[in-house]
Write a protein that binds this ligand. Structure first.
Ligand code: PLP
Length: 403
């Protein structure tokens, strides 16, 4: 509470928002050094670069993620290798990590998919005993505690995303929390020497984009308006999340950039209402959880139900149809992940993924839709979303090899 009051009083008048935002995050986590960068993927890239793992070293990650994650690994001169997910938690399966044949991996990226906490109690000792550096992908959760300890504080570093549809938005943007002090020093030097700083024009562009996004993209805006926003993106008038070249593994110009001041200010405002945000998400998760069985769908295993998950995953037999009808009926249904390396259009071979490598992730990609929990969705809208699922979706037969 103290931290929140501090942030609130600082955010509008401050002379150094960048320092204030990174300090507020450090206070929130109670440890570490925080760096503010252009995107979550850039935070991962910076952390990996500073680790000096050695060219071509392997980095293990779940084959159920955004393609920008293995892309950042490759830009840092490293090699992504994939492990399948547990079909119930959508997170890297610790048993598979244990049986992983390739002992030569230098690091493992643990992703808390949809905000469901990964099994850190099993994964951390495994990583340690094999000499793998532990990295947390915290793009889907913020502040969640795992057996009393905040996600993000378990490994050498964690990265977070400030994209529109992440726990809280900085209007794109990314945060890097470095827990290892000597690594933090190296990141600090790297950012000072190599990162681009967005100029006044880029800052203005991002600011205009935030305003456009707030006006155009919300549950009541029509599909046409949202299409307009997408069209602006294609024209290069808004800064999109990934370019066409990026989907093929090409590093875009200006990739390694810091966060713009307009984004930092938004981050401060969002952090000031983080408790409201998270309790809202937790309420909607509980709602979906209790109502899904009523319409014939399997809820998540019960362990995570008072958590502020980012999205509620639901397995359906007719995913493409549901997404299509969601678009035409203007109902917000998420498609994460469309493929083991989201989105569906990723050229996965360019990132070392071959079909069949992660069967559970491939099945989940074909079946899972997800339901929103953000602040623009209230309970009556959540009810409409559930009604829509009940009418349009068929429950999936289920899993490849259930336990
Ligand atoms: C969104 C996302 C990222 C990347 O975040 P950006 O800010 O878009 O770079 C990384 N990992 C996961 C799991 C994500 O969902």
């Amino acid at each position: 509470m103290f931290v929140m009051t501090l942030i609130r009083s600082r955010s509008d008048t401050t002379l150094n928002p960048t320092r204030d935002f990174s300090q507020a995050l450090e206070e929130f986590f109670g440890q570490g050094a925080c760096f503010l960068l252009a995107k979550g993927r850039v935070a991962l890239y910076a952390g990996l670069q500073a680790m000096n793992l050695g060219r071509g070293a392997k980095v293990v990650l779940p084959g159920y993620t955004c393609m920008v994650v293995p892309a950042a690994v490759q830009y840092a001169g490293l090699r992504p290798v994939y492990i399948d997910i547990d079909p119930w938690t959508y997170n890297l399966d610790p048993d598979l990590l244990e049986g992983f044949p390739d002992s030569g991996a230098a690091a493992v990226i643990v992703q808390h998919t949809y905000g469901i906490p990964a099994e850190m109690a099993a994964i951390r000792p495994l990583a340690r005993s094999r000499g793998m550096a532990l990295i947390e992908d915290c793009c889907h959760l913020f502040g969640t505690r795992i057996e009393g300890q905040r996600a993000g504080t378990f490994g050498a570093f964690a990265f977070m995303s400030g994209q529109w549809n992440k726990p809280f938005s900085t209007g794109l943007g990314g945060m890097l929390l470095v827990n290892d002090p000597s690594l933090a020093e190296r990141v600090n030097a790297l950012v000072a020497q190599e990162a681009f700083r967005p100029g006044a024009f880029k800052n203005l562009l991002l600011r205009v984009q935030m305003i456009a996004f707030d006006w155009l993209v919300n549950p009541s805006s029509s599909g046409i308006v949202r299409e307009l926003y997408r069209a602006l993106g294609r024209l290069g008038l808004v800064v999109g999340s990934s370019s066409v070249g990026e989907l093929r593994g090409e590093k875009p110009g200006g990739y390694f950039s810091t966060m713009a001041v307009s984004q930092v200010r938004r981050g401060l405002r969002e952090l000031a209402r983080i408790e409201e945000n998270l309790s809202h998400r937790a309420r909607l998760i509980a709602f979906y959880h209790h109502e899904l069985p009523r319409i014939g769908f399997a809820p998540l295993p019960a362990a995570n139900l008072d958590l502020p998950l980012l999205r509620y995953p639901v397995r359906v037999a007719n995913k493409q149809e549901v997404l299509q009808r969601g678009r035409t009926s203007n109902v917000e249904i998420g498609s994460w992940f469309e493929s083991p390396l989201h989105p569906g259009s990723t050229v996965m071979e360019d990132f070392g993924y071959r079909a069949g490598m992660c069967p559970q992730a491939e099945l989940a990609s074909a079946q899972v839709i997800n339901l929103p929990t953000h602040l623009k969705v209230d309970e009556s809208l959540a009810e409409k979303i559930l009604d829509f699922v009940g009418r349009c979706a068929r429950p999936a037969e289920c899993l490849v090899a259930s336990r």
